[in-house]
Design a protein around this ligand. Sequence first.
Ligand SMILES: *[C@@H]1O[C@H](CO)[C@@H](O)[C@H](O)[C@H]1NC(C)=O
Ligand SMILES: *[C@@H]1O[C@H](CO)[C@@H](O)[C@H](O)[C@H]1NC(C)=O
Ligand SMILES: *[C@@H]1O[C@H](CO)[C@@H](O)[C@H](O)[C@H]1NC(C)=O
Ligand SMILES: *[C@@H]1O[C@H](CO)[C@@H](O)[C@H](O)[C@H]1NC(C)=O
Length: 567
Amino acid sequence: QVKHNATNKPSLKVLNQKYMAATKLDTMNQPPPTSCHSKVELRISCKDLLDKDILSKSDPICAVFWCRDGRWVEQGRTEMIMNNLNPQFAKTILLDYYFEEVQKLKISVFDIDDASQNLSQADFLGEVETTLGHIVSHGSITENLKLVDKRPAGKGTITVTAEEQSGSKEVATVSFSANKLDKKDWFGKSDPYLELHRVGPDGRMLMIHRTEYVKNTLDPKWKPFKISVQALCGGDYDAQIIIHCYDWNSNGSCDLIGTFNATFRNFLEASTTKATWDCMNQEKKKKKGNKYKNSGVICLDSCKVETEYSFLDFILGGCQINFTVAIDFTGSNGDPRNPQSLHFMNPSQPNQYLQALRSVGAVCQDYDSDKLFPGLGFGAKVPPSYQVSHEFPLNFNFQNPFCAGIQGLEQAYQMCLPQVQLYGPTNFTPVINHVMRFADQESKQSTASNYYILLILTDGVISDFVQTKDAIVAASHLPMSIIIVGVGGADFSEMNALDGDEVRLCDRSGRQCARDIVQFVPFREFQNANPEQLAKHVLAEVPTQAISYFKTRGIPPLQKPTPPPQF
Ligand SMILES: *[C@@H]1O[C@H](CO)[C@@H](O)[C@H](O)[C@H]1NC(C)=O
Ligand SMILES: *[C@@H]1O[C@H](CO)[C@@H](O)[C@H](O)[C@H]1NC(C)=O
Ligand SMILES: *[C@@H]1O[C@H](CO)[C@@H](O)[C@H](O)[C@H]1NC(C)=O
Ligand SMILES: *[C@@H]1O[C@H](CO)[C@@H](O)[C@H](O)[C@H]1NC(C)=O
Protein backbone atom coordinates (compact mmCIF):
# COMPACT_ATOMS: atom_id res chain seq x y z
CA GLN A 1 0.00 0.00 0.00
CA VAL A 2 1.32 3.42 -0.95
CA LYS A 3 1.51 5.95 1.84
CA HIS A 4 2.36 9.54 1.17
CA ASN A 5 1.41 11.00 4.49
CA ALA A 6 3.79 10.38 7.34
CA THR A 7 1.44 11.29 10.16
CA ASN A 8 -0.90 9.00 12.08
CA LYS A 9 -3.96 10.68 10.69
CA PRO A 10 -5.71 8.71 7.97
CA SER A 11 -3.79 9.41 4.81
CA LEU A 12 -5.29 11.44 2.05
CA LYS A 13 -5.37 8.31 0.02
CA VAL A 14 -7.55 6.49 2.53
CA LEU A 15 -9.82 9.49 2.82
CA ASN A 16 -10.02 9.66 -0.91
CA GLN A 17 -10.93 6.05 -1.27
CA LYS A 18 -13.75 6.57 1.16
CA TYR A 19 -14.81 9.69 -0.64
CA MET A 20 -14.73 8.03 -3.97
CA ALA A 21 -16.62 4.99 -2.88
CA ALA A 22 -19.34 7.37 -1.79
CA THR A 23 -19.42 9.47 -4.95
CA LYS A 24 -19.77 8.49 -8.53
CA LEU A 25 -16.59 9.43 -10.28
CA ASP A 26 -18.25 9.20 -13.66
CA THR A 27 -20.48 12.16 -12.89
CA MET A 28 -17.64 14.35 -11.75
CA ASN A 29 -17.46 16.31 -14.98
CA GLN A 30 -20.81 17.91 -14.20
CA PRO A 31 -20.49 21.53 -13.16
CA PRO A 32 -21.63 22.13 -9.59
CA PRO A 33 -25.10 23.66 -9.28
CA THR A 34 -24.82 27.41 -8.92
CA SER A 35 -26.76 29.14 -6.24
CA CYS A 36 -27.84 32.64 -7.02
CA HIS A 37 -28.28 33.78 -3.53
CA SER A 38 -25.87 36.30 -2.18
CA LYS A 39 -25.40 38.23 0.99
CA VAL A 40 -26.38 41.85 1.37
CA GLU A 41 -25.00 44.21 3.97
CA LEU A 42 -27.31 46.95 5.16
CA ARG A 43 -25.70 50.15 6.37
CA ILE A 44 -28.00 52.37 8.39
CA SER A 45 -28.06 55.99 9.45
CA CYS A 46 -30.79 58.23 10.90
CA LYS A 47 -31.51 61.95 11.11
CA ASP A 48 -33.60 64.05 13.47
CA LEU A 49 -34.55 61.26 15.83
CA LEU A 50 -37.02 61.95 18.63
CA ASP A 51 -35.36 62.93 21.87
CA LYS A 52 -36.52 60.67 24.67
CA ASP A 53 -33.93 61.40 27.31
CA ILE A 54 -34.54 64.28 29.63
CA LEU A 55 -31.04 65.29 30.56
CA SER A 56 -29.26 64.30 27.39
CA LYS A 57 -30.07 63.12 23.88
CA SER A 58 -31.35 59.69 22.87
CA ASP A 59 -28.96 56.74 22.69
CA PRO A 60 -30.16 55.08 19.52
CA ILE A 61 -29.76 51.51 18.37
CA CYS A 62 -31.29 50.01 15.27
CA ALA A 63 -32.68 46.48 14.85
CA VAL A 64 -33.61 44.71 11.62
CA PHE A 65 -36.49 42.23 11.56
CA TRP A 66 -37.47 39.77 8.91
CA CYS A 67 -41.04 38.55 8.38
CA ARG A 68 -41.13 34.77 8.78
CA ASP A 69 -44.52 33.05 8.73
CA GLY A 70 -46.22 36.27 9.67
CA ARG A 71 -43.92 36.98 12.64
CA TRP A 72 -41.14 39.54 12.91
CA VAL A 73 -37.88 37.83 13.74
CA GLU A 74 -34.81 39.88 14.61
CA GLN A 75 -31.93 39.40 12.17
CA GLY A 76 -29.42 41.68 13.77
CA ARG A 77 -28.87 45.05 15.34
CA THR A 78 -26.37 47.85 15.13
CA GLU A 79 -24.25 49.17 17.97
CA MET A 80 -25.74 51.75 20.32
CA ILE A 81 -24.55 55.33 19.83
CA MET A 82 -24.61 57.62 22.88
CA ASN A 83 -26.24 61.02 22.86
CA ASN A 84 -26.89 61.34 19.18
CA LEU A 85 -30.01 62.21 17.21
CA ASN A 86 -28.25 61.81 13.85
CA PRO A 87 -26.47 58.49 14.28
CA GLN A 88 -24.47 56.79 11.58
CA PHE A 89 -24.16 53.19 12.62
CA ALA A 90 -20.89 51.44 11.90
CA LYS A 91 -22.08 47.87 12.34
CA THR A 92 -23.78 46.55 9.24
CA ILE A 93 -26.56 43.96 9.15
CA LEU A 94 -25.93 40.94 6.99
CA LEU A 95 -28.91 39.35 5.20
CA ASP A 96 -29.36 36.53 2.70
CA TYR A 97 -30.77 37.81 -0.57
CA TYR A 98 -33.15 35.89 -2.82
CA PHE A 99 -34.47 37.59 -5.93
CA GLU A 100 -37.42 35.22 -6.23
CA GLU A 101 -38.90 36.09 -2.84
CA VAL A 102 -40.58 39.16 -1.40
CA GLN A 103 -38.33 39.55 1.62
CA LYS A 104 -40.28 41.78 4.00
CA LEU A 105 -38.19 43.80 6.42
CA LYS A 106 -38.86 46.04 9.36
CA ILE A 107 -36.12 48.36 10.57
CA SER A 108 -36.76 49.82 14.00
CA VAL A 109 -34.91 52.42 16.01
CA PHE A 110 -34.85 52.40 19.81
CA ASP A 111 -33.43 54.55 22.55
CA ILE A 112 -31.69 52.19 24.89
CA ASP A 113 -30.98 53.18 28.46
CA ASP A 114 -29.82 50.13 30.26
CA ALA A 115 -26.94 47.83 29.59
CA SER A 116 -29.17 44.79 29.14
CA GLN A 117 -29.92 45.84 25.54
CA ASN A 118 -33.44 44.50 26.01
CA LEU A 119 -35.45 46.10 23.20
CA SER A 120 -38.81 45.50 24.84
CA GLN A 121 -37.75 47.82 27.64
CA ALA A 122 -36.33 50.46 25.32
CA ASP A 123 -38.06 53.62 24.10
CA PHE A 124 -39.30 53.23 20.56
CA LEU A 125 -38.13 55.97 18.17
CA GLY A 126 -39.80 54.81 14.98
CA GLU A 127 -39.54 52.27 12.18
CA VAL A 128 -39.94 51.59 8.48
CA GLU A 129 -41.36 48.57 6.72
CA THR A 130 -39.97 47.73 3.32
CA THR A 131 -38.62 44.84 1.29
CA LEU A 132 -35.05 43.85 0.65
CA GLY A 133 -35.83 43.91 -3.09
CA HIS A 134 -36.93 47.54 -2.81
CA ILE A 135 -33.70 48.49 -1.04
CA VAL A 136 -31.36 46.68 -3.43
CA SER A 137 -33.14 47.90 -6.54
CA HIS A 138 -32.64 51.48 -5.31
CA GLY A 139 -29.21 50.90 -3.81
CA SER A 140 -30.12 53.31 -1.04
CA ILE A 141 -33.45 54.49 0.39
CA THR A 142 -34.35 57.35 2.73
CA GLU A 143 -37.75 57.22 4.41
CA ASN A 144 -39.65 58.90 7.20
CA LEU A 145 -39.69 56.95 10.42
CA LYS A 146 -43.17 55.98 11.61
CA LEU A 147 -44.48 55.31 15.08
CA VAL A 148 -46.56 52.24 15.89
CA ASP A 149 -49.82 53.94 14.90
CA LYS A 150 -48.21 54.96 11.57
CA ARG A 151 -47.87 58.60 12.68
CA PRO A 152 -44.58 60.19 11.63
CA ALA A 153 -41.89 60.01 14.31
CA GLY A 154 -41.26 63.74 14.32
CA LYS A 155 -38.96 64.75 11.48
CA GLY A 156 -37.01 61.52 11.88
CA THR A 157 -35.73 59.80 8.77
CA ILE A 158 -33.77 56.65 8.18
CA THR A 159 -31.37 55.91 5.34
CA VAL A 160 -30.59 52.33 4.46
CA THR A 161 -27.89 51.49 1.94
CA ALA A 162 -27.38 48.03 0.49
CA GLU A 163 -24.03 46.66 -0.51
CA GLU A 164 -23.17 43.20 -1.60
CA GLN A 165 -20.96 41.59 0.98
CA SER A 166 -17.52 42.02 -0.41
CA GLY A 167 -16.00 38.82 -1.55
CA SER A 168 -13.68 37.98 -4.35
CA LYS A 169 -15.50 37.79 -7.65
CA GLU A 170 -12.43 36.54 -9.43
CA VAL A 171 -12.87 33.22 -11.15
CA ALA A 172 -9.92 31.32 -12.58
CA THR A 173 -10.13 28.99 -15.57
CA VAL A 174 -7.30 26.53 -15.23
CA SER A 175 -6.10 23.89 -17.64
CA PHE A 176 -3.55 21.17 -16.89
CA SER A 177 -1.84 18.46 -18.89
CA ALA A 178 0.89 15.95 -18.07
CA ASN A 179 3.71 14.05 -19.75
CA LYS A 180 5.25 10.68 -19.15
CA LEU A 181 3.28 9.73 -16.07
CA ASP A 182 3.98 6.38 -14.44
CA LYS A 183 2.10 3.41 -15.78
CA LYS A 184 -0.07 1.99 -13.01
CA ASP A 185 -2.37 -0.53 -14.66
CA TRP A 186 -1.32 -4.04 -15.62
CA PHE A 187 -3.36 -3.98 -18.74
CA GLY A 188 -3.10 -0.66 -20.46
CA LYS A 189 -1.60 2.59 -19.20
CA SER A 190 -3.03 4.81 -16.42
CA ASP A 191 -6.33 6.66 -16.11
CA PRO A 192 -4.98 9.82 -14.52
CA TYR A 193 -6.84 12.61 -12.75
CA LEU A 194 -5.80 15.50 -10.52
CA GLU A 195 -6.94 16.52 -7.10
CA LEU A 196 -6.22 19.94 -5.64
CA HIS A 197 -6.06 20.45 -1.88
CA ARG A 198 -5.08 23.24 0.43
CA VAL A 199 -4.91 23.82 4.15
CA GLY A 200 -8.24 25.24 5.33
CA PRO A 201 -8.67 27.96 7.94
CA ASP A 202 -8.99 25.33 10.69
CA GLY A 203 -5.69 23.70 9.71
CA ARG A 204 -7.28 20.71 8.05
CA MET A 205 -6.82 19.67 4.45
CA LEU A 206 -9.57 20.86 2.16
CA MET A 207 -10.19 19.24 -1.18
CA ILE A 208 -10.82 22.08 -3.59
CA HIS A 209 -11.13 20.41 -6.95
CA ARG A 210 -10.97 17.09 -8.70
CA THR A 211 -10.63 16.83 -12.46
CA GLU A 212 -12.16 14.16 -14.63
CA TYR A 213 -9.98 11.15 -15.37
CA VAL A 214 -8.58 10.64 -18.85
CA LYS A 215 -8.71 7.04 -19.94
CA ASN A 216 -5.66 4.95 -20.72
CA THR A 217 -2.92 7.50 -21.25
CA LEU A 218 0.37 8.64 -19.72
CA ASP A 219 0.13 12.06 -21.41
CA PRO A 220 -3.30 13.30 -20.40
CA LYS A 221 -4.80 16.69 -21.12
CA TRP A 222 -7.56 17.56 -18.69
CA LYS A 223 -10.49 19.76 -19.56
CA PRO A 224 -10.15 23.37 -18.39
CA PHE A 225 -12.05 23.94 -15.18
CA LYS A 226 -13.36 26.99 -13.40
CA ILE A 227 -12.86 27.73 -9.77
CA SER A 228 -13.25 30.87 -7.72
CA VAL A 229 -9.95 32.32 -6.62
CA GLN A 230 -11.34 32.43 -3.10
CA ALA A 231 -11.96 28.67 -3.13
CA LEU A 232 -8.63 27.98 -4.76
CA CYS A 233 -6.35 29.84 -2.36
CA GLY A 234 -8.57 31.38 0.30
CA GLY A 235 -7.42 34.81 -0.84
CA ASP A 236 -3.73 34.06 -0.15
CA TYR A 237 -1.85 33.97 -3.44
CA ASP A 238 1.14 32.34 -1.76
CA ALA A 239 -0.72 29.58 0.07
CA GLN A 240 0.48 26.09 -0.84
CA ILE A 241 -1.85 24.22 -3.14
CA ILE A 242 -1.08 20.51 -2.95
CA ILE A 243 -1.84 18.68 -6.16
CA HIS A 244 -2.08 14.90 -6.31
CA CYS A 245 -2.13 12.94 -9.51
CA TYR A 246 -3.95 9.62 -9.20
CA ASP A 247 -4.69 6.63 -11.40
CA TRP A 248 -8.40 5.93 -11.39
CA ASN A 249 -9.60 2.34 -10.96
CA SER A 250 -13.09 1.17 -11.75
CA ASN A 251 -13.37 -0.52 -8.35
CA GLY A 252 -13.23 2.87 -6.68
CA SER A 253 -9.71 2.59 -5.29
CA CYS A 254 -7.04 4.93 -6.55
CA ASP A 255 -3.29 4.72 -6.92
CA LEU A 256 -1.16 7.75 -6.26
CA ILE A 257 1.07 8.56 -9.20
CA GLY A 258 2.69 11.59 -7.58
CA THR A 259 2.28 14.91 -5.82
CA PHE A 260 3.57 18.45 -6.12
CA ASN A 261 2.98 21.83 -4.51
CA ALA A 262 2.17 25.08 -6.26
CA THR A 263 0.70 28.46 -5.37
CA PHE A 264 -1.90 30.59 -7.08
CA ARG A 265 0.90 33.07 -7.80
CA ASN A 266 2.65 30.28 -9.76
CA PHE A 267 -0.60 29.77 -11.65
CA LEU A 268 -0.74 33.45 -12.56
CA GLU A 269 2.85 33.46 -13.75
CA ALA A 270 1.96 30.50 -15.91
CA SER A 271 -0.34 32.72 -17.92
CA THR A 272 2.79 34.14 -19.57
CA THR A 273 5.28 31.28 -19.34
CA LYS A 274 4.22 27.68 -19.29
CA ALA A 275 4.79 26.23 -15.82
CA THR A 276 5.79 22.63 -15.19
CA TRP A 277 6.23 20.63 -12.01
CA ASP A 278 7.86 17.28 -11.30
CA CYS A 279 5.20 14.95 -10.07
CA MET A 280 6.90 13.21 -7.15
CA ASN A 281 6.09 9.89 -5.54
CA GLN A 282 7.97 9.81 -2.21
CA GLU A 283 7.44 6.07 -1.75
CA LYS A 284 8.99 5.32 -5.09
CA LYS A 285 11.81 7.78 -4.45
CA LYS A 286 12.64 5.99 -1.21
CA LYS A 287 12.78 2.66 -3.03
CA LYS A 288 14.75 3.80 -6.04
CA GLY A 289 16.99 6.36 -4.39
CA ASN A 290 19.06 8.60 -6.61
CA LYS A 291 17.95 6.92 -9.79
CA TYR A 292 14.44 8.29 -9.29
CA LYS A 293 13.75 11.51 -11.11
CA ASN A 294 9.99 11.91 -11.14
CA SER A 295 6.74 10.10 -11.93
CA GLY A 296 5.94 12.41 -14.78
CA VAL A 297 5.74 16.14 -15.41
CA ILE A 298 2.58 18.19 -14.93
CA CYS A 299 2.09 21.36 -16.97
CA LEU A 300 -0.23 24.24 -16.36
CA ASP A 301 -1.24 25.13 -19.89
CA SER A 302 -3.22 28.21 -19.03
CA CYS A 303 -4.74 30.13 -16.18
CA LYS A 304 -7.17 32.89 -17.02
CA VAL A 305 -8.71 35.06 -14.31
CA GLU A 306 -11.97 36.91 -14.89
CA THR A 307 -14.40 38.86 -12.77
CA GLU A 308 -17.79 37.21 -12.50
CA TYR A 309 -20.60 39.53 -11.53
CA SER A 310 -23.55 38.42 -9.50
CA PHE A 311 -27.17 39.28 -10.21
CA LEU A 312 -27.01 41.62 -7.24
CA ASP A 313 -24.08 43.49 -8.81
CA PHE A 314 -26.31 44.24 -11.78
CA ILE A 315 -29.29 45.24 -9.65
CA LEU A 316 -27.19 47.42 -7.32
CA GLY A 317 -25.56 48.86 -10.43
CA GLY A 318 -28.96 50.17 -11.49
CA CYS A 319 -30.43 47.44 -13.70
CA GLN A 320 -34.22 47.70 -13.80
CA ILE A 321 -36.55 44.81 -14.48
CA ASN A 322 -39.33 45.51 -16.94
CA PHE A 323 -42.24 43.29 -16.22
CA THR A 324 -44.93 42.64 -18.84
CA VAL A 325 -47.98 40.44 -18.44
CA ALA A 326 -49.86 38.71 -21.23
CA ILE A 327 -53.21 37.08 -20.48
CA ASP A 328 -54.94 34.36 -22.46
CA PHE A 329 -58.51 35.28 -23.50
CA THR A 330 -59.20 32.24 -25.66
CA GLY A 331 -62.59 30.53 -25.69
CA SER A 332 -61.35 27.41 -23.94
CA ASN A 333 -61.28 29.37 -20.68
CA GLY A 334 -65.07 29.26 -20.65
CA ASP A 335 -67.60 32.09 -20.48
CA PRO A 336 -66.38 34.43 -17.70
CA ARG A 337 -69.94 34.73 -16.38
CA ASN A 338 -69.97 31.01 -15.72
CA PRO A 339 -68.53 29.95 -12.35
CA GLN A 340 -66.74 27.06 -14.12
CA SER A 341 -64.78 29.54 -16.25
CA LEU A 342 -61.10 30.04 -15.48
CA HIS A 343 -61.78 33.78 -15.82
CA PHE A 344 -64.72 33.76 -13.41
CA MET A 345 -64.52 36.60 -10.90
CA ASN A 346 -65.40 34.96 -7.66
CA PRO A 347 -65.78 37.75 -5.10
CA SER A 348 -64.52 35.50 -2.32
CA GLN A 349 -61.49 34.04 -4.06
CA PRO A 350 -59.39 35.48 -6.89
CA ASN A 351 -59.21 33.24 -9.95
CA GLN A 352 -55.98 31.53 -10.97
CA TYR A 353 -55.06 34.31 -13.41
CA LEU A 354 -55.23 36.88 -10.64
CA GLN A 355 -53.42 34.68 -8.13
CA ALA A 356 -50.53 34.01 -10.50
CA LEU A 357 -50.34 37.68 -11.51
CA ARG A 358 -50.20 38.81 -7.87
CA SER A 359 -47.66 36.25 -6.81
CA VAL A 360 -45.13 36.90 -9.58
CA GLY A 361 -45.93 40.62 -9.78
CA ALA A 362 -45.27 41.11 -6.06
CA VAL A 363 -41.64 40.13 -6.57
CA CYS A 364 -41.07 41.92 -9.88
CA GLN A 365 -42.59 45.26 -8.91
CA ASP A 366 -39.74 46.01 -6.49
CA TYR A 367 -37.30 46.11 -9.40
CA ASP A 368 -39.12 48.60 -11.61
CA SER A 369 -38.72 52.14 -10.37
CA ASP A 370 -41.67 53.69 -12.21
CA LYS A 371 -43.92 50.68 -11.46
CA LEU A 372 -45.64 51.01 -14.82
CA PHE A 373 -46.33 47.60 -16.29
CA PRO A 374 -47.64 46.91 -19.78
CA GLY A 375 -50.59 44.49 -19.69
CA LEU A 376 -51.48 42.59 -22.85
CA GLY A 377 -54.23 40.19 -23.87
CA PHE A 378 -54.41 37.65 -26.66
CA GLY A 379 -56.92 35.32 -28.31
CA ALA A 380 -60.08 37.48 -28.09
CA LYS A 381 -62.29 39.56 -30.33
CA VAL A 382 -61.84 43.10 -29.13
CA PRO A 383 -63.79 46.33 -29.58
CA PRO A 384 -64.42 48.42 -31.54
CA SER A 385 -64.18 46.19 -34.64
CA TYR A 386 -64.38 42.81 -32.89
CA GLN A 387 -61.52 41.42 -34.94
CA VAL A 388 -59.54 38.66 -33.26
CA SER A 389 -56.41 40.11 -31.70
CA HIS A 390 -53.36 38.31 -30.35
CA GLU A 391 -51.77 41.42 -28.91
CA PHE A 392 -54.06 44.02 -27.40
CA PRO A 393 -53.56 46.29 -24.39
CA LEU A 394 -55.66 45.27 -21.38
CA ASN A 395 -56.57 48.93 -20.93
CA PHE A 396 -57.42 49.25 -24.67
CA ASN A 397 -55.03 52.18 -24.86
CA PHE A 398 -52.89 51.26 -27.84
CA GLN A 399 -50.61 54.26 -27.30
CA ASN A 400 -50.04 53.53 -23.65
CA PRO A 401 -50.59 49.95 -22.48
CA PHE A 402 -48.87 50.70 -19.13
CA CYS A 403 -50.83 50.06 -15.94
CA ALA A 404 -49.94 51.61 -12.60
CA GLY A 405 -48.61 48.88 -10.37
CA ILE A 406 -49.80 45.34 -9.98
CA GLN A 407 -53.11 46.74 -8.78
CA GLY A 408 -53.45 48.68 -12.03
CA LEU A 409 -52.84 45.49 -13.98
CA GLU A 410 -55.52 43.69 -11.97
CA GLN A 411 -58.01 46.48 -12.57
CA ALA A 412 -57.27 46.58 -16.30
CA TYR A 413 -57.76 42.81 -16.52
CA GLN A 414 -61.06 42.96 -14.66
CA MET A 415 -62.29 45.88 -16.75
CA CYS A 416 -61.26 44.27 -20.00
CA LEU A 417 -62.91 40.91 -19.38
CA PRO A 418 -66.59 41.88 -19.91
CA GLN A 419 -65.69 43.90 -23.00
CA VAL A 420 -64.03 41.19 -25.09
CA GLN A 421 -65.33 38.02 -26.70
CA LEU A 422 -63.18 35.06 -25.79
CA TYR A 423 -62.06 33.40 -29.00
CA GLY A 424 -58.91 31.76 -30.31
CA PRO A 425 -56.50 30.33 -31.37
CA THR A 426 -53.81 30.43 -28.64
CA ASN A 427 -50.94 32.32 -30.23
CA PHE A 428 -47.93 33.29 -28.16
CA THR A 429 -45.74 34.76 -30.89
CA PRO A 430 -47.31 38.25 -31.04
CA VAL A 431 -46.84 38.96 -27.31
CA ILE A 432 -43.32 37.51 -27.31
CA ASN A 433 -42.50 39.71 -30.32
CA HIS A 434 -43.99 42.68 -28.49
CA VAL A 435 -41.51 42.41 -25.63
CA MET A 436 -38.70 41.46 -28.02
CA ARG A 437 -39.03 44.81 -29.78
CA PHE A 438 -38.17 46.61 -26.55
CA ALA A 439 -35.53 44.10 -25.51
CA ASP A 440 -33.97 44.48 -28.95
CA GLN A 441 -33.68 48.27 -28.52
CA GLU A 442 -32.15 47.59 -25.14
CA SER A 443 -29.62 45.11 -26.49
CA LYS A 444 -28.36 47.72 -28.97
CA GLN A 445 -27.39 49.96 -26.03
CA SER A 446 -25.08 47.25 -24.67
CA THR A 447 -25.61 48.45 -21.12
CA ALA A 448 -27.02 46.58 -18.17
CA SER A 449 -29.85 49.05 -17.60
CA ASN A 450 -32.95 46.94 -18.29
CA TYR A 451 -33.87 43.28 -18.31
CA TYR A 452 -37.30 42.15 -19.47
CA ILE A 453 -39.58 39.54 -17.95
CA LEU A 454 -42.67 38.46 -19.86
CA LEU A 455 -45.24 36.57 -17.81
CA ILE A 456 -47.65 34.63 -20.03
CA LEU A 457 -50.75 33.31 -18.27
CA THR A 458 -52.52 30.71 -20.39
CA ASP A 459 -55.03 27.92 -20.08
CA GLY A 460 -53.79 25.70 -22.72
CA VAL A 461 -52.59 24.16 -25.74
CA ILE A 462 -50.60 26.52 -27.84
CA SER A 463 -51.55 26.86 -31.51
CA ASP A 464 -48.42 28.49 -32.95
CA PHE A 465 -45.92 26.13 -31.36
CA VAL A 466 -43.42 26.19 -34.23
CA GLN A 467 -43.43 29.99 -34.51
CA THR A 468 -43.16 30.29 -30.74
CA LYS A 469 -40.03 28.14 -30.76
CA ASP A 470 -38.53 30.42 -33.43
CA ALA A 471 -39.40 33.48 -31.33
CA ILE A 472 -37.86 31.99 -28.19
CA VAL A 473 -34.63 31.13 -29.98
CA ALA A 474 -34.46 34.71 -31.28
CA ALA A 475 -35.31 36.09 -27.82
CA SER A 476 -32.50 34.07 -26.26
CA HIS A 477 -30.09 36.63 -27.76
CA LEU A 478 -31.91 39.49 -26.03
CA PRO A 479 -32.09 40.68 -22.40
CA MET A 480 -35.33 38.87 -21.58
CA SER A 481 -36.84 35.87 -19.84
CA ILE A 482 -40.25 34.31 -20.40
CA ILE A 483 -42.34 32.80 -17.66
CA ILE A 484 -45.35 30.72 -18.64
CA VAL A 485 -47.90 29.77 -16.02
CA GLY A 486 -50.48 27.25 -17.18
CA VAL A 487 -53.84 27.69 -15.45
CA GLY A 488 -56.60 25.10 -15.38
CA GLY A 489 -56.42 21.38 -15.98
CA ALA A 490 -55.21 21.16 -19.61
CA ASP A 491 -52.45 18.90 -20.86
CA PHE A 492 -49.34 21.07 -20.80
CA SER A 493 -46.83 18.55 -22.11
CA GLU A 494 -45.85 20.76 -25.07
CA MET A 495 -45.00 23.62 -22.72
CA ASN A 496 -42.35 21.54 -21.07
CA ALA A 497 -40.60 21.33 -24.43
CA LEU A 498 -40.44 25.16 -24.49
CA ASP A 499 -38.92 25.17 -21.02
CA GLY A 500 -35.77 23.60 -22.44
CA ASP A 501 -34.62 22.30 -19.08
CA GLU A 502 -34.13 18.84 -20.52
CA VAL A 503 -33.51 19.37 -24.22
CA ARG A 504 -32.06 22.59 -25.66
CA LEU A 505 -34.73 24.26 -27.77
CA CYS A 506 -34.14 24.65 -31.53
CA ASP A 507 -35.90 26.72 -34.16
CA ARG A 508 -36.97 25.54 -37.61
CA SER A 509 -33.60 26.21 -39.17
CA GLY A 510 -31.89 24.21 -36.45
CA ARG A 511 -30.46 27.17 -34.54
CA GLN A 512 -30.21 26.43 -30.84
CA CYS A 513 -31.38 28.64 -28.03
CA ALA A 514 -28.39 30.70 -26.89
CA ARG A 515 -29.42 30.20 -23.28
CA ASP A 516 -32.37 28.92 -21.33
CA ILE A 517 -34.91 31.75 -21.05
CA VAL A 518 -38.24 29.99 -20.50
CA GLN A 519 -39.66 28.72 -17.27
CA PHE A 520 -42.99 26.88 -17.38
CA VAL A 521 -45.13 25.76 -14.46
CA PRO A 522 -48.69 24.49 -14.23
CA PHE A 523 -50.56 26.54 -11.64
CA ARG A 524 -52.31 23.43 -10.33
CA GLU A 525 -49.06 22.26 -8.75
CA PHE A 526 -49.14 25.34 -6.52
CA GLN A 527 -52.87 25.66 -6.02
CA ASN A 528 -52.76 24.57 -2.41
CA ALA A 529 -49.36 26.01 -1.62
CA ASN A 530 -48.87 29.47 -0.25
CA PRO A 531 -48.85 32.03 -3.08
CA GLU A 532 -45.17 32.86 -2.61
CA GLN A 533 -44.21 29.35 -3.66
CA LEU A 534 -45.31 29.93 -7.24
CA ALA A 535 -43.19 33.08 -7.59
CA LYS A 536 -40.25 31.38 -5.96
CA HIS A 537 -40.48 28.54 -8.41
CA VAL A 538 -40.90 30.54 -11.61
CA LEU A 539 -38.47 33.32 -10.75
CA ALA A 540 -35.65 31.27 -9.27
CA GLU A 541 -33.90 30.91 -12.62
CA VAL A 542 -34.18 34.55 -13.67
CA PRO A 543 -30.94 35.70 -11.96
CA THR A 544 -28.90 33.01 -13.73
CA GLN A 545 -30.64 33.80 -17.01
CA ALA A 546 -29.89 37.50 -16.69
CA ILE A 547 -26.25 36.93 -15.71
CA SER A 548 -25.77 34.59 -18.64
CA TYR A 549 -27.08 37.24 -21.03
CA PHE A 550 -24.82 39.99 -19.69
CA LYS A 551 -21.88 37.65 -19.55
CA THR A 552 -22.15 36.40 -23.14
CA ARG A 553 -22.47 39.99 -24.29
CA GLY A 554 -19.55 41.05 -22.08
CA ILE A 555 -21.69 43.71 -20.41
CA PRO A 556 -20.63 44.79 -16.88
CA PRO A 557 -22.99 46.28 -14.28
CA LEU A 558 -24.05 49.82 -15.17
CA GLN A 559 -22.24 51.45 -12.27
CA LYS A 560 -20.83 50.68 -8.89
CA PRO A 561 -23.39 51.06 -6.13
CA THR A 562 -23.56 54.55 -4.72
CA PRO A 563 -21.49 55.02 -1.56
CA PRO A 564 -23.38 55.68 1.67
CA PRO A 565 -24.45 59.31 2.03
CA GLN A 566 -22.13 61.57 4.00
CA PHE A 567 -23.45 63.67 6.83
C1 LIG B 1 -36.90 41.81 28.12
O1 LIG B 1 -37.93 42.48 28.80
C2 LIG B 1 -39.21 41.84 28.73
C3 LIG B 1 -40.26 42.77 29.36
O2 LIG B 1 -39.77 43.46 30.46
C4 LIG B 1 -39.11 40.51 29.44
O3 LIG B 1 -40.36 39.82 29.39
C5 LIG B 1 -38.05 39.66 28.75
O4 LIG B 1 -37.87 38.45 29.42
C6 LIG B 1 -36.72 40.41 28.69
N1 LIG B 1 -35.81 39.66 27.83
C7 LIG B 1 -34.55 39.43 28.16
C8 LIG B 1 -33.76 38.66 27.18
O5 LIG B 1 -34.08 39.84 29.19
C1 LIG C 1 3.43 21.26 0.38
O1 LIG C 1 2.51 22.01 1.18
C2 LIG C 1 2.19 21.39 2.40
C3 LIG C 1 1.10 22.24 3.06
O2 LIG C 1 1.53 23.55 3.26
C4 LIG C 1 3.44 21.26 3.25
O3 LIG C 1 3.10 20.61 4.45
C5 LIG C 1 4.47 20.47 2.49
O4 LIG C 1 5.67 20.43 3.19
C6 LIG C 1 4.74 21.07 1.11
N1 LIG C 1 5.60 20.20 0.36
C7 LIG C 1 6.64 20.64 -0.30
C8 LIG C 1 7.42 19.60 -1.04
O5 LIG C 1 6.95 21.82 -0.30
C1 LIG D 1 -8.83 -2.29 -7.55
O1 LIG D 1 -8.24 -2.51 -8.82
C2 LIG D 1 -6.83 -2.27 -8.85
C3 LIG D 1 -6.31 -2.37 -10.28
O2 LIG D 1 -7.25 -2.88 -11.15
C4 LIG D 1 -6.12 -3.27 -7.92
O3 LIG D 1 -4.74 -3.01 -7.94
C5 LIG D 1 -6.68 -3.06 -6.51
O4 LIG D 1 -6.11 -4.02 -5.66
C6 LIG D 1 -8.18 -3.18 -6.49
N1 LIG D 1 -8.65 -2.77 -5.17
C7 LIG D 1 -9.64 -3.36 -4.53
C8 LIG D 1 -9.99 -2.81 -3.19
O5 LIG D 1 -10.23 -4.31 -5.00
C1 LIG E 1 -38.59 49.75 -18.56
O1 LIG E 1 -38.43 50.25 -17.23
C2 LIG E 1 -37.86 51.55 -17.19
C3 LIG E 1 -37.66 51.88 -15.73
O2 LIG E 1 -38.79 51.67 -14.97
C4 LIG E 1 -38.80 52.53 -17.89
O3 LIG E 1 -38.21 53.80 -17.89
C5 LIG E 1 -39.02 52.06 -19.31
O4 LIG E 1 -39.97 52.90 -19.94
C6 LIG E 1 -39.52 50.65 -19.34
N1 LIG E 1 -39.59 50.22 -20.71
C7 LIG E 1 -40.57 49.45 -21.12
C8 LIG E 1 -40.57 49.13 -22.57
O5 LIG E 1 -41.43 49.02 -20.39
